[in-house]
Write a protein of this length. Structure first.
Length: 359
């Protein structure tokens, strides 16, 4: 009961045989449906407002700037699972041609080469890759899978998927719903390359991390201060649904900026949510930064660990933040289930898999 978040996180990474673990975090949802990242330096029990048993999920917290270049296949596979989930939940937006290619890579990685004996006409329609898609897109996915990807191993298909996904504007987006000063809905997000604002399917603002000078919040109001070229200073203001959601948004921004912008973790400083000394919330990012993580990954020397991949089965995915309720993809075997359930949004209760809310 006194264990800190780091203890649980280390247990999970040891179970998965994961060394490049700094990109990941543990997410949970409180009784008010507010999402949180488990803080590793604090007691787990003091962070949880709900009653045990607690439901938590392993998620990609800091998306790698170049996921295909990750040192180990196990890391690339877990990032692949996250991005596959992002694609389904409408976070990884793309044009139709890119969508067909991404879905075909998923098919090749998870069911292998096209086999007319196993894959009858219309087989791609039995799998849900996106919130919604047309029969024309399903046919295009099957055409690519049948003709262009023959012979690709799961590792190769996953790497190709990652290379294509990272080129999309919404790669790495973990959306926070807000409203702008005119009351229009918007999604704020932090990516490996900077701060973005999405409205509908369009990116309306993008600020590189070296342009963002300060993040601040007060109650439900969130401010982003930025310095652009020619000494142009801008302030963007948005309104979160609740003060708790605004604080979560601010903390995510502080952590992402520290992770991607700083050269060393020794440069991390405690930040305040306001301009007044000791006024408002204070927070400090406690992990390594991206440059240190990549340097450490380069020094990994070991036999690649075994990867227990899930089979893609006709099913529905777990409830989305932005789309209607759906059930999660189920791994083919119980042996594989424990490896996949963490990333696929399930919890294990009494030896059974049950769906949980999208985290």
């Amino acid at each position: 009961r006194d264990a800190k978040g780091q203890y649980l996180f280390d247990l999970i990474c040891h179970h998965l045989n994961l060394l490049e673990k700094d990109y990941f975090g543990i997410r949970y949802v409180d009784p008010d449906k507010q999402r949180h990242w488990l803080e590793f330096t604090k007691s787990i029990s003091k962070q949880m407002k709900s009653q045990p048993p607690f439901t938590m999920c392993l998620r990609v917290k800091f998306y790698p700037p170049d996921p295909a270049a990750l040192k180990e296949e196990i890391t690339r596979y877990l990032v692949f699972l996250q991005l596959k989930r992002d694609l389904y939940h409408g976070r990884l937006l793309c044009k139709t041609s890119d969508a067909a290619m991404l879905a075909a890579y998923i098919l090749q990685a998870e069911i292998g080469d096209y086999d007319p004996g196993k894959h009858p006409e219309g087989y791609s329609s039995k799998f849900q890759f996106f919130p919604k898609h047309s029969e024309k897109l399903e046919r295009r996915i099957a055409d690519i899978h049948k003709t262009e990807l023959i012979g690709q191993t799961p590792e190769t298909s996953e790497r190709n998927f990652l290379q294509k996904a990272q080129m999309l504007e919404t790669y790495g987006v973990d959306p926070h719903p807000c409203k702008d000063v005119s009351g229009n809905p918007a999604f704020l997000a932090f990516t490996p390359f900077g701060f973005v604002v999405l409205q509908g399917n369009r990116r309306v603002h993008f600020l590189k991390w070296n342009e963002v000078s300060k993040l601040k919040f007060e109650a439900k109001t969130f401010h982003i201060y930025a310095n652009q070229k020619e000494d142009r200073k801008i302030i963007l203001t948005y309104f979160a649904p609740t003060p708790e959601a605004c604080k979560h948004l601010w903390k995510c921004g502080v952590e992402n900026q520290a992770f991607y912008k700083l050269e060393k973790s020794s440069q991390v400083r405690t930040v305040s949510s306001s301009n007044l000394f000791f006024k408002g919330s204070r927070f400090r990012y406690s992990g390594r930064v991206a440059k240190e993580v990549m340097e450490q990954s380069a020094r990994i020397k070991r036999e690649p660990p075994e990867i227990h991949r899930s089979g893609l089965v006709p099913s529905r995915s777990c409830p989305s933040i932005t789309h209607g309720p759906r059930l999660s993809s189920v791994p083919r075997t119980r042996r594989r289930a424990v490896h996949i359930s963490i990333m696929e949004g399930k919890k294990i209760v009494g030896g059974r898999e049950t769906p949980c809310v999208a985290l």
